[in-house]
Design a protein around this ligand. Sequence first.
Ligand SMILES: C[S@@+](CC[C@H](N)C(=O)[O-])C[C@H]1O[C@@H](n2cnc3c(N)ncnc32)[C@H](O)[C@@H]1O
Length: 401
Amino acid sequence: MRSFTEKSVCILGRQPALGLAELESIYGAEHVRPLDGAALLDVPAEDINFKRLGGTIKTARILTEVPTTDWQNLANYLVEKVPPYVKDMDIGKFTLGLSLYGLNIPLKQIEACLLEIKKQVRQSGRPVRIVPNKAPSLNSAQVLHNKLTYKGAWELLFIKDGQRTLLAQTLFVQDIDAYAARDQARPARDARVGMLPPKLAQIILNLALGQMADGLEDKTKLRLLDPFCGSGVILQEALLAGYSVLGTDIEPKMVDYTKRNLQWLFEKQTNLEGNVVVEVADATSYKWPGFSTVASEVFLGRPLNSLPPPDKLKQIISDANLITKKFLKNLAPQLKPGRSLCLAVPAWRKSNGQLIHLPLIDQLTDMGYNYSDLKYVRREELIYFRENQVVARQLLRLEKQ
Ligand SMILES: C[S@@+](CC[C@H](N)C(=O)[O-])C[C@H]1O[C@@H](n2cnc3c(N)ncnc32)[C@H](O)[C@@H]1O
């Protein structure tokens, strides 16, 4: 068996299954080992293309392992190791934050450990500041706004792994401000078609592409198709990742939205290299010019604030099912065998949390597709929703037969 040496750790987002699926898709199951709410990778943290991950909050470099999970021993370890190390660093002021994962320690004890480190670093003559914990782990905003991934600052992580604890240092943290800017500041937005969060668009894209772009010298040669492009969030994320894009939508207004949004993106971000084609087209019949793969959020049916009466819901499901089914039939002969793709399709949540699925998800084999299942995440877990949402998105990771 191949040995696995963990080099980095990814702390996963609100729906860890999606973040884990994304990492497995990009790096392959043999390079990933899941932990509760996190994933270990045998890929060095600096080689991870962090900005393109939608489901990871932080990526940290593993520094060492400590053969205990006992807090007092761990705290003593930090107090012993950190001050002498910081003393010799070529920096002015030092800032330190500490996050614990899988270790449920009262905040007072975390604070006591940090204060002891602070005292000792200060005694060596270096100004030092600690970031107070509001919870056992710091959130993205705290890491970002305290600049803990910059020179002269550390966020250290203790991650419990069975009988041992890994010590890691955060290199990257999700830039929540950048996500908000490219979500809310886009010129053309339409609440009626639902807002696809950019992070989810990245996950869909990564589940579709997998390792397709590995080793590709010119990424713009890979052309991503979104046949239900709406306001263009998936196309935007594909362009930011360096690919070319082809977007179509049946509604001229949505095509216009996508064009305006991508125009804005190119003005804001002048280093984008991918080509863009956006056209009005019906996904149930159109023959697209060349494309590499498909990542799309298909027609989700009407937005709903509550579950409608059964006959109305039946109609909504039937309409959504029909469009996606016709689209998949139209797409099948245009895809190369073995090609992977990812679609977000609707699923309706009952008040007890149960899901009503699109009927077609059980008929995909007859339509020329197989599920492209992952090792660590079951296909039923690939569901994105917020607590108050009726229409959830189910992610189908497929492969053309
Ligand atoms: C859920 S939205 C996609 C939103 C998109 N992800 C975004 O970033 O805004 C679904 C889109 O499918 C389009 N649509 C519905 N039926 C279609 C069809 N037959 N062919 C192409 N597009 C269609 C709608 O106009 C709508 O823009």
